[in-house]
Unconditional design. Structure first.
Length: 553
C-alpha cells in the first residue's frame, strides 16, 4: 500500500508539472494589457521535449541534472519567446525586432518618466522573476523524469506525445478538414518565432547576410514642380495619426467636433482639402521609416532596408525641391541628439530641439510644445512675403500625440506670443502637467492630443500661414494597438490643404476625395496604397503636365 500510495502521488505530481509546463508554453494575451492569459491548447514544443526525455531515459535509464537543466533552459526560452511574441503583437500591433527595438529601449524608458533607480529596481525584479521561473521549470522536469523512469509510463507517454504531434502536423482526410479542426486544439508553435528573431539578429550583426537590393525609386528627374506655381510646401507628419480615428466609431465621434472646427477654419480662409489613405511601413512607432518612405518613394518596412537606403545615393523629394529653387528645411523639435542620418536627405537646414530657438518653459519629456514649434517655424522661415524669398519645402514631425500622449500642449491662438520666450506661463505648464500619463488608459489622452493638434493646425492655417501654402498632413503610423484596436490595419490618413483649386483637382484625379474624411478601404484587408507609392502621386500632382500623361491609362 505504501508503494502504491507513493506511486500515485508521483503520478499526480507529474500531471501537475505537465499542466504547468503546458500552460506556460501556451500563454495568450489579455488585450490590450501586457498581462498573460491562460489557454486550454496543447504546446507542440512540450510534446517534442517529452519525446526527447522519453528517448533519453530509454537509452540511459536516468536523466542527469545537466539534461534536466537543458530541458528547463529550453522551456524557459520558449516561455519568454511566447510571452514576448503574443504580447508585443497584441499591445504594439507588430512583431518584435530584437535588434531594432533593443536600440530604442532607453528612449522608451525615458518616455515613461522612470528614474534610474526605478529602472534598476525593475530590472532586478525581472531577473529575479526569470530565475524563479527557471527553478519552477527545473522542478517540473525533475518530477516528470521521476514519473517516466518506469518503462510502462514512459512508453504510454511517448506514444501519446507522438500521436498528438501527428495530429498537429499530418493532414487527415481527403481535404484536410479534420486536420484543420484538430489543429485548433494546438497552440501556435513558438519555435518559428525564435528562428525568425534569430534570423533578424543574424542579418544585422553579420555583414553580408542582408544583401537584398532596395526597391526601385520613382523617377524624380522626370518631373517638374510647375504645378505648385512656386508655393510653399509644409509636410506635417502628425504623430501616431491613424485611421483608427476614422474607422473606430467611438474615436470618430470623439474627434468629430475638432474635425468640424478644422473644416470650418479652412473654409473661412478659402482653402480646400482632399484626403486619402495610405499604408504606413510601420506601426505604433518607428516614425523615421514612414518619413523615409514618403521622402524617397522606397519601401522601408524592413529597418535594414532603411539603413541601406541611408547609405545609398538614392534621390528624394528634398533633392528635387532644392534643385528647382525651394529652400529645404527639416523642422525637428523632437530631435534631442545628433542626427547624422539627416545628411542623406540634403536639407539646407536641419533645426533640432536646440536649433529652432525655443526659449520658453519646457513641457514634459519633449520639452517643446507643437504650437510654439509652429510659431517659431513661421517666424523664421515663412513669415516674409512669398515674393521676397525662395519658396520653402518644410518637413515638420509633431510631438504631442506621441505615446504616452501627455502632456497636451496648451493653446490660446496667440501666434505672436508663442514665438517668444513667454510662449507659456508657469500656470499653463503646471495645468498641462497636472494630468499624468496613464499607459493603461491611453485612448482618452490620445484623442485629446489629436484634437488639440487639429485645433492649433486649423488656427495657423486660418491665421498667419502664407496665403499660397500647400499643407500635407500625414499620419506617420497608427498608435500602438492598445489605442488603435486589436488587429488594426497599418493605414493612416493623408490630407492635402490648399487655396489652389486646380492643384486640389489634380489630387482628386489621382484618387483623393474631397473633405477631411478619406474613402474607406475596400474589404476586410487594407486596400490602401503603401506610403512609398504616395511619393509618385505627389510627383504627379506637383507636375504641371496633364495627369493622364503622367499616370498612363
Amino acid at each position: 500500500m505504501r508503494f502504491g500510495h507513493t506511486r500515485g502521488r508521483g503520478a499526480v505530481a507529474a500531471l501537475l508539472a505537465l499542466a504547468v509546463l503546458n500552460a506556460l508554453l501556451t500563454l495568450g494575451n489579455q488585450w490590450p494589457t501586457p498581462w498573460p492569459r491562460l489557454s486550454a491548447q496543447i504546446a507542440p514544443e512540450l510534446l517534442l521535449l517529452l519525446l526527447g526525455l522519453c528517448g533519453w531515459l530509454a537509452w540511459r535509464g536516468a536523466a542527469p541534472t545537466r539534461v534536466l537543466r537543458c530541458l528547463a533552459a529550453l522551456t524557459l526560452l520558449g516561455v519568454l519567446a511566447r510571452y514576448l511574441d503574443v504580447t508585443v503583437q497584441a499591445v504594439f500591433g507588430r512583431a518584435l525586432n530584437p535588434y531594432w527595438d533593443g536600440r530604442y529601449l532607453g528612449s522608451v524608458l525615458a518616455l515613461g518618466g522612470w528614474s534610474a533607480w526605478t529602472i534598476l529596481a525593475g530590472a532586478l525584479v525581472l531577473l529575479l522573476a526569470v530565475a524563479l521561473l527557471y527553478r519552477l521549470l527545473l522542478r517540473a522536469w525533475r518530477l516528470l523524469a521521476l514519473a517516466l523512469a518506469a518503462r510502462r509510463e514512459r512508453a504510454v507517454t511517448a506514444l501519446l506525445a507522438a500521436m498528438l504531434l501527428a495530429l498537429c502536423v499530418l493532414p487527415i482526410g481527403a481535404d484536410g478538414r479534420l486536420s484543420r479542426a484538430l489543429r485548433t486544439a494546438f497552440a501556435r508553435p513558438v519555435t518559428p518565432a525564435i528562428a525568425h528573431q534569430a534570423g533578424l539578429l543574424a542579418s544585422q550583426l553579420w555583414p553580408g547576410t542582408a544583401s537584398r537590393p532596395l526597391a526601385t525609386s520613382p523617377d524624380f528627374q522626370a518631373h517638374s514642380l510647375a504645378g505648385l506655381k512656386g508655393a510653399d510646401v509644409l509636410v506635417v507628419f502628425l504623430e501616431s495619426y491613424g485611421v483608427c480615428t476614422l474607422d473606430d466609431a467611438a474615436q470618430q465621434s470623439a474627434l468629430a467636433p475638432a474635425r468640424a472646427r478644422l473644416a470650418q477654419q479652412l473654409d473661412e480662409r478659402g482653402q480646400g482639402v482632399v484626403s486619402a489613405r495610405v499604408r504606413s511601413p510601420t506601426f505604433g512607432g518607428g516614425s523615421w521609416l514612414a518619413h523615409a518612405a514618403l521622402l524617397t518613394g522606397v519601401d522601408t518596412r524592413d529597418p535594414g532596408d532603411y539603413e541601406r537606403l541611408l547609405a545609398s545615393d538614392r534621390p528624394s523629394l528634398v533633392g528635387l525641391f532644392r534643385a528647382q529653387g525651394w529652400r529645404t528645411v527639416a523642422w525637428m523639435p523632437g530631435l534631442q541628439r545628433p542626427w547624422p542620418e539627416g545628411s542623406f536627405y540634403g536639407f539646407e537646414r536641419i533645426a533640432d530641439a536646440q536649433g529652432i530657438g525655443y526659449a520658453g518653459l519646457p513641457l514634459g519629456f519633449w520639452r517643446i510644445p507643437d504650437p510654439a514649434a509652429m510659431a517659431l517655424l513661421h517666424r523664421q522661415e515663412l513669415a516674409a512675403p512669398a515674393g521676397t524669398r525662395a519658396p520653402r519645402f518644410v518637413v515638420f514631425p509633431t510631438l504631442a500625440s506621441h505615446a504616452p500622449f501627455r502632456p497636451v500642449p496648451p493653446f490660446d491662438g496667440d501666434w505672436t506670443r508663442l514665438a517668444t520666450p513667454q510662449a507659456y506661463s508657469a500656470a499653463q505648464i503646471a495645468q498641462a502637467l497636472a494630468q499624468p500619463a496613464d499607459w493603461s488608459q491611453a485612448r482618452p489622452a490620445y484623442l485629446e492630443a489629436i484634437s488639440a493638434s487639429f485645433d492649433w493646425l486649423g488656427s495657423y492655417l486660418a491665421g498667419p500661414a502664407p496665403r499660397g501654402l500647400l499643407t500635407l498632413v500625414i499620419g506617420d503610423h497608427q498608435p500602438w494597438a492598445a489605442v488603435s484596436g486589436e488587429g488594426a490595419s497599418w493605414d493612416v490618413p493623408v490630407h492635402a490643404i490648399s487655396a489652389d483649386a486646380q492643384l486640389l483637382a489634380r489630387f482628386e484625379a489621382l484618387g483623393f476625395t474631397r473633405g477631411l474624411t478619406p474613402a474607406p478601404s475596400a474589404g476586410a484587408a487594407s486596400a490602401a496604397r503603401p506610403m512609398e507609392d504616395l511619393t509618385a502621386l505627389l510627383l504627379a500632382a506637383f507636375d504641371g503636365r496633364p495627369i493622364a500623361s503622367l499616370t498612363g491609362p
